[in-house]
Design a protein around this ligand. Structure first.
Ligand code: GLN
Length: 548
């Protein structure tokens, strides 16, 4: 195996410091210097994957091309590096134990006592090495915070790895919080000292400390952290709070972080080229105008559960020189008497994906408003399904139209459970009783686009691949009657079994997608449909202003 280098990123003091973005930023910088790398997220919880976890607790479930339901940090990894990751790039304690217990049952351990060290730690290392194969470098992010019980086997495994692959090939990075105490006007290093000491007690001496802080660290403070934590002063890096996360690689570069990593790991590199990225960050910070879009969701309290979508709007805004203001609307608050008031200030309406019945009628009402008032509309997954129901009820007069998800007894299930389909030649079957974790259409599927539609105008391509995560589908039995009323299926699976994109006639922009376009939006290549949607919302705002 070639000499792969390993960077391990851990978090100290508190959670939510942005380890995922920090790892992605390091990835971006090293990649911009020609390093062929990959990233891996290890989640210490016992769930086998985050697919069944509550978005309130876990944030977004990010879906990869291969259908893996992963931690939202994988979204950051893909956005910063443009890599297409696979299910191997994210694993959990649950998966590690599942493998080890399966082997034990099979008798592979030949009667030995199966233990955390070495059996669990060996399986962790095997998985890390498996992802790293063939790469110059891998960045491994350990979820959770140093000192968590769940994280211990992972910390132990990566401690051992320094011995296995050599000191010169490993680098330990810790991200900690330097709190600012307003009353005394001071930054405090003590929590960092404690976290690092805890890590040292587990046998790991960090090489680099990233200090998340509101205020720049003084030279003196860097000296103090260096002394107490046993790292060189140049390896104490200020990770200053920034307005938008895409600035972080630029800040890290200014702090000479990637130069330090290159030196410490003795990497062979090209010179840095980040002009395009700098330009994108500049546009986000200096928009020429703004556009207001209503975001009609269920989890509006927890914006993390729509991470990829909110980021996709940042990408589109950067391309168009616009600030996209998302007005968060709780679907349960919407009813016919309030719609005018709720949507009077917006130029576009988006209904994103979601599960469960709550807020559905409000979402359908939002669709009706967008359709009738000719407000640019984008419906994603559940949002597209709501658009189909709305059209069926109010235009095609199918009054009982509903989704099997919310109303299994409806006589007119325009959205229903697909029971059988093919993926890459393989037949997939399921029914109402199939396990929760395994019944969805997941990952990238091809979609053929009809010429002369809004979808074609956006993609300018006939065959695209987009990522899915849903159980229910458009019911083709109703296609004809809806089409007769002005409904358009502008994208479908190559065999025609699934409607993937829908539109309506005579509307400036009304598009629903069964897939999630947001998973493929990147800062330097915004998603074409989201871009078109924002563009038409902005156009609408401009024409209205002119008429005032
Ligand atoms: N609940 C719907 C389904 O399962 C939509 C899912 C989604 O929006 N991701 O089909």
């Amino acid at each position: 195996m070639k000499n792969t280098k390993f960077i391990f990123v851990m978090g100290g003091t508190v959670s939510s410091l942005g380890k995922g973005v920090a790892s992605s930023s390091i990835g971006y910088l090293l990649q911009s210097r020609g390093v062929n790398l990959t990233l891996l997220k290890i989640d210490p919880y016992i769930n086998v994957d985050p697919g069944t976890m509550n978005p309130y607790q876990h944030g977004e479930v990010y879906v990869l091309d291969d259908g893996a339901e992963t931690d939202l940090d994988l979204g950051h990894y893909e956005r910063y590096t443009n890599l297409t990751l696979t299910r191997k790039n994210n694993f959990t304690t649950g998966q590690v134990y599942q493998t080890v217990i399966m082997r034990e049952r099979r008798g592979d351990y030949l009667g030995k006592t199966v233990q955390v060290v070495p059996h669990i730690t060996d399986e962790i290392k095997r998985r890390i090495l498996d992802v790293a194969r063939g790469k110059d470098l891998i960045i491994v992010e350990i979820g959770g915070t140093i000192g968590d019980i769940e994280g211990q086997p992972f910390i132990e495994a990566i401690r051992q790895m320094r011995f296995d692959v050599g000191r010169e090939n490993t680098l330990y990075i810790v991200l900690t919080l330097i709190p600012y105490i307003r009353v005394s006007g001071e930054l405090k290093t003590k929590p960092t000292q404690h976290s690092v000491r805890e890590l040292q007690s587990l046998g790991i001496q960090p090489d680099i400390i990233l200090c998340r802080t509101e205020k720049p660290l003084t030279d003196e403070m860097k000296g103090k952290i260096s002394l107490f934590c046993n790292v060189e002063k140049e390896a104490v890096i200020t990770a200053i709070d920034v307005e938008n996360i895409y600035e972080i690689p630029l800040k890290f570069h200014q702090e000479r972080l990637e130069q330090l990593i290159i030196k410490k790991l003795n990497l062979k590199c090209d010179s840095l080229s980040i002009d395009e990225w700098e330009e994108m960050v500049y546009r986000i910070k200096h928009p020429e105008d703004k556009v207001d879009i209503a975001f009609v969701g269920k989890y509006t309290r927890l914006k993390e559960s729509y991470k990829s979508l909110t980021e996709a709007f940042v990408h589109a805004g950067a391309r168009l020189n616009l600030r996209v203001n998302l007005n968060w609307v709780d679907a349960e608050e919407i009813n016919p008497s309030k719609v005018d008031h709720i949507f009077s200030h917006v130029n576009g309406i988006i209904v994103p994906g979601g599960f469960g019945e709550r807020g559905i009628e409000g979402k359908i009402e939002a669709v009706r408003y967008a359709r009738e008032r000719k407000i640019p509309f984008l419906g994603i997954c559940l949002g597209m399904q709501c658009a189909v129901i709305e059209f069926a009820r109010n235009v095609a007069h199918l009054n009982d139209a509903n989704s099997e998800e919310f109303c299994p007894e409806s006589s007119c299930k325009v959205i229903h459970l697909a029971r059988r389909w093919t993926k890459n030649g393989e037949i997939i079957e399921r029914n109402e009783k199939s396990e929760k974790g395994g019944t969805m259409r997941l990952g990238a599927y091809p979609c053929q686009i009809k010429r002369g539609t809004k979808a074609y105008q956006a993609y300018n391509e006939e065959l695209i691949y987009e990522r899915h995560r849903h159980r229910y589908e458009f019911n083709n039995d109703y296609r004809k009657i809806l089409e007769d009323n002005g409904f358009i299926v502008s994208g479908e699976s190559p065999g025609g079994e699934f409607a993937e994109i829908v539109e309506i006639k005579d509307h400036p922009f009304f598009v629903g997608t069964q897939f999630h376009p947001e998973f493929k939006s990147r800062p330097l290549s915004p998603h074409p449909l989201i871009l078109e949607f924002v563009k038409s919302a902005y156009e609408k705002g401009r024409t209205e202003k002119k008429h005032l």
